[in-house]
Design a protein. Structure first.
Length: 274
C-alpha cells in the first residue's frame, strides 16, 4: 500500500507508526484509518517486529475526526467513515468481541504502545485508550470531545474507560468532555507515565525495545491475550486458562531459553516466532 498520511518504520524489532498530518494535528480520516490498520497488520505479520509504538507527527497525537468530514456528515444527515477500500484486519479471528474497529488491538499478539506527544481528542483518545500502554508528554491534553458535539461516547469508550480509570472518573471524563492534562491522566491511571516532551519518543522506544529483546515473544502474545480475554470471562476460567498455558508453554523454546539465560545470568536470546 502507498502510504500518504501514516508513516511506518522498523528498527531494533520495534515498528513505529506515525500519524502524519501535522498541519491538521493528525486529524483522523478514512484514509488514515485505512493506512493505520494496514501498518498494524504489517507489523503483526512480521516475525521480526515484537512491539509497536504509535505516535503523531508534529505537535499533536490525533485531534479527533477531521472537521471537514464532520461538516459533510452534518450535510448528509448521517455518519460516513470515509473508508473507500477494504480494511486490513490485524487481530481479527481471536474472539468475536475483538473483530470491530479499534477493539482489534485486543486480538493482536504484538504489544502496542501509544506515545501521546500532544492533543488526543475524540477518536484520538479512543486510539490511545485501545493501545496496551500509554506514555504521554508533559502537558499533553486528552479529551473525549464527542459529547460537546452532540454525540455519544465513541467506539466503546463507555466500556473501556471505566476499566482504565474506574466508573466515577470515566463518568467525569465522558460526561463533561473536559480537557485532562497528562499529569492528571497519570494520577487517574489513564496514562502509565508522563515524561518531558523531548524525551517521549526515546523513552517509549527504550521501553518497547526492552519488551522486544528481554521478554519472550510467546509470553508477550499469550499474556496480552489472557488479559483481554479474562475481561470477558470469570475468574475460574482465567485460572484454568493460565494453568493450561503454563503447561503447554513449558515445552516451548522460549521457556528453555529463558531458563538457560537466567541460570547463565545473561540477557535471553529468544527466537523469532515461526
Amino acid at each position: 500500500m502507498d502510504l500518504h498520511v501514516v508513516r511506518y518504520e522498523v528498527a531494533d524489532r520495534v515498528a513505529t507508526v506515525t500519524l502524519d498530518r501535522p498541519d491538521r494535528l493528525n486529524a483522523w480520516t478514512g484514509r488514515m484509518h485505512t493506512e493505520y490498520r494496514w501498518c498494524l497488520d504489517r507489523a503483526e505479520r512480521d516475525p521480526g517486529v515484537r512491539a509497536v509504538v504509535v505516535t503523531g507527527a508534529g505537535r499533536g497525537f490525533c485531534a479527533g475526526a477531521d472537521f471537514r468530514a464532520l461538516e459533510r456528515n452534518v450535510e448528509a444527515g448521517g455518519y460516513d467513515d470515509g473508508v473507500r477500500e477494504p480494511l486490513a484486519e490485524p487481530g481479527y479471528g481471536v474472539r468475536p468481541e475483538f473483530d470491530h474497529p479499534f477493539a482489534f488491538h485486543f486480538g493482536m499478539a504484538t504489544p502496542v504502545i501509544a506515545a501521546v506527544n500532544g492533543p488526543a481528542a475524540g477518536v484520538g483518545l479512543v486510539l490511545a485508550c485501545f493501545c496496551d500502554l500509554r506514555l504521554a508528554a508533559a502537558g499533553a491534553k486528552l479529551t473525549a470531545a464527542a459529547p460537546r458535539l452532540g454525540l455519544p461516547a465513541e467506539y466503546g469508550l463507555s466500556w473501556l474507560l471505566p476499566r482504565l480509570v474506574g466508573l466515577g472518573h470515566a463518568m467525569d471524563i465522558l460526561l463533561s468532555s473536559r480537557v485532562v492534562l497528562a499529569e492528571e491522566a497519570a494520577e487517574l491511571g489513564l496514562v502509565n507515565r508522563v515524561v518531558p516532551a523531548a524525551d517521549l519518543l526515546p523513552v517509549t522506544h527504550e521501553y518497547a525495545r526492552m519488551l522486544a529483546t528481554e521478554v519472550s515473544p510467546a509470553s508477550l502474545r499469550e499474556t496480552k491475550r489472557q488479559i483481554y480475554a479474562d475481561q470477558h470471562d470469570d475468574v475460574g476460567t482465567a485460572v484454568e486458562r493460565s494453568v493450561a498455558l503454563t503447561d503447554s508453554m513449558m515445552g516451548g523454546a522460549d521457556y528453555a531459553e529463558g531458563v538457560r539465560a537466567f541460570l547463565e545470568k545473561r540477557t535471553p536470546d529468544f527466537p523469532d516466532p515461526a
